[in-house]
Design a protein around this ligand. Structure first.
Ligand code: SF4
Length: 381
């Protein structure tokens, strides 16, 4: 079982907080799409005979693609890979693209899940973040998507922004639940290096994010999901009736995935590789058979650390059998010793699992650090 991630590196405008790879110049879109199809063709060995269970168009803004562009990529995937008939096919979309006409076209493709970058239902937040859509489009896009028959819809929201008061965050949550979709991804705003927001903070034009407010709004979210029968299955992901994102869940369960397109990452269990974050270099690399990615083989300690980081963010936590089956005696002994030292008010520790309690998932990094193999031990190993 494997997944395919397709990075569409184009956006209408740059959101102030964003550090993903994208370009606002669409002039070489056709060349990038042609290169993505070529990459899909010549990297079939990466997945081998495994059945593709999930396909994810991320970005950037994949909803900038036309129906025929999406269909051409999906045709290529189907021509060169074995795709499950029940595959989850997700497209990230921005509200300003999701007109009725566009959604009707999307419904003609095999895309069966939308992840909509709403971020906030307030004009004030959207302007601060330099989003391309307005508050009215945020709501209307979801209504439109439901009306044309998309049943699997995820909404992205951001909390902790400098412009988002607690009252506004509560209203955002209320609006989300009123829209009756089955999945929410909620992230706290972080100031990433080299973004417009980082620049504004460095110049003193904008205050830095407030950790206390962030945590308070995270706890408000915890309350709201319980009241509305949603389940938190990952630090930033919530759903109703087990509508988990299969694609993202496979990342957290360390399953194999192929990433194509500029900046896309791939993982095959023993190594990670990542494509160049530059559209021109990517196109040239693909077309002229030049290197377009870097690769890192993972040591056992790297694999153990990745397992900690990904699994401790989820409701399933660390499966002790996985530690016992996939790692050497040295790691097993280290894990058993350290896990017994962790504060039991933060984690649930049973014979089979170690999980962080939901209200403490926000601090999962601290638990990860306690379970990591420290630097001196790495050198001895
Ligand atoms: S639309 Fe998404 S990828 Fe594009 S700039 Fe905004 S946050 Fe980044």
């Amino acid at each position: 079982m494997a997944g395919i991630y397709i990075h569409i590196p184009f956006c209408k405008q740059a959101c102030s907080y964003c550090d993903f790879h994208f370009s606002t110049k669409l002039s070489n879109k056709q060349n990038v799409l042609a290169a993505i199809e070529k990459e899909l063709e010549f990297r079939t060995n990466y997945i081998g005979t495994e059945v593709v269970e999930t396909i994810y168009f991320g970005g950037g803004t994949p909803s900038l693609l036309s129906q025929s562009e999406i269909q051409a990529i999906l045709k290529k995937v189907n021509d060169v890979y074995t795709v499950s008939k029940s595959a989850e096919i997700t497209l990230e979309a921005n509200p300003d693209d999701l007109t009725m006409a566009k959604l009707k076209e999307l419904k003609q493709t095999s895309v069966n899940r939308l992840s909509v970058g709403v971020q906030s239902f307030f004009e004030k937040d959207l302007k601060f973040m330099n989003r391309a859509h307005n508050a009215e489009e945020a709501i209307q896009s979801i209504r439109n998507a439901k009306e044309v028959g998309f049943a699997n819809i995820s909404i992205d929201l951001i909390f902790g922004s400098q412009t988002t008061s607690n009252e506004m965050w509560q209203q955002n949550l209320d609006t989300f639940f009123d829209l009756e979709v089955n999945h929410l991804s909620a992230y706290s705003l972080t100031v990433e290096e080299k973004t417009a927001l980082a620049h504004q903070v460095a110049k003193g034009k904008v205050e830095n994010v407030d950790d206390e407010k962030n945590y308070h709004q995270y706890l408000m979210l915890q309350g709201a999901i319980k009241e509305n029968d949603f389940e938190q299955y990952e630090l930033s992901n919530y759903c109703k009736n087990e509508a988990y994102s299969k694609h993202n869940t496979s990342y957290w369960q360390n399953k194999k995935y192929l990433g194509v397109g500029p900046s896309a990452h791939s993982f095959d269990g023993v190594s990670r590789q990542w494509n160049v974050r530059n559209n021109t270099l990517y196109i040239n690399g693909i077309n002229n058979n030049k290197p377009f990615f870097e690769k890192e083989e993972l040591s056992e300690i790297d694999r153990y650390h990745e397992y900690l980081i990904t699994s401790l963010r989820t409701k399933w936590g660390i499966n002790k059998s996985t530690v016992e089956n996939d790692f050497s005696d040295y790691i097993i002994e280290h894990f058993n010793k350290r896990s017994n030292l962790i504060n039991k008010s933060i984690v649930d520790l049973s014979a089979n699992f170690l999980k962080i309690k939901p209200e403490f998932l926000f601090q999962s990094d601290e638990v990860v650090r306690e379970l990591m193999v420290d630097f001196e031990a790495q050198n001895l190993n």
